[in-house]
Design a protein. Sequence first.
Length: 343
Amino acid sequence: MHITHVNLAKGFRGGERQTAILITELGKNSDLRQQLVCRADSPLKEYLKDVPNLSFAHANHQLDGHFNAMKTDVVHAHEAKAVHWAGFHHILRKTPYILTRRVDTPVKDKWINKKIYSKAYSRVAISNIIRNKLEQKCWGHVDLVFSVKGNLIHNEESTRSIKKSFSGKTLVGHIGALVDKHKGQKIIINSARKLAESHQHLQFLCLGDGKDKDELVALSSDLDNITWLGFQNNIGDYIHAFDYFIFPSRNEGLGSTLLDVIDAQVPIIASNAGGIPDIIKHESTGLSVLAGDAESLSSAIIRMDKDKDLQHKLIKGANEHLKKFTPESMAKSYLSIYQRALV
């Protein structure tokens, strides 16, 4: 079987990471041949350069690269621009395609969206809330395939160095693009301000970059208990340095970063937005707080901070739940969909 993956994103965020994990896992099957259609400057090329039986074709937009790509059995579109690429490719070559929807915002009711989604062999959602929203469109059957943990590597010496840099502090970590309307970093600032005097041992560490960086740094310039660390390549080292992890997203397709945090044995406080409840079950795999509510986040941090038994309970429950979110299970599910598309 020959599978063509399409991801035309410019950067490397959660969706690109999940694309890379799937291609890498499928690459372990010697009976499969894979092709990735991506931008000429896509970080995915470097990330996947050692995957066996994988070739690359370039496309910088939806109408590009259709005749440069190798003939394939099935096309898998991994993000919004790729969905339109797959739809156009089907018109040109009649190749069956599937698409993965990773965000919980509703698909716009444009005629082109309706046509491309309806013609897909399968629409795949990465969380229950996304599946529900796609099913409401009545554009065809929707499969559910969760995103997965990334098996992040970490360096123990680097983790110790990070902890040493904040000696005497309990580290409350956050990772996400600095886009408040999505990830909710202003809520973190409000919580940090509320806890600055009463919980002086807490230090909030925020990793990531994005369009709101300057505004967020300015809003918190009077606070010593919050540090903006920017984009870091070695996020595994930081995750293992965190004592708690907070994820106050205002909307979220699933929140696959949470799976890596669980894998690192770090207890989690997350909002109840979007697909996050598929991962964070309140009092079982983490503490769930109201989206957009700094008071709810602050209260949960205080509770977590004073209750070691609760931390251990949440870590244990989360690790048991993590068994549903492995690269092996994701690859198996997608392979089944590819095979059905060819029948």
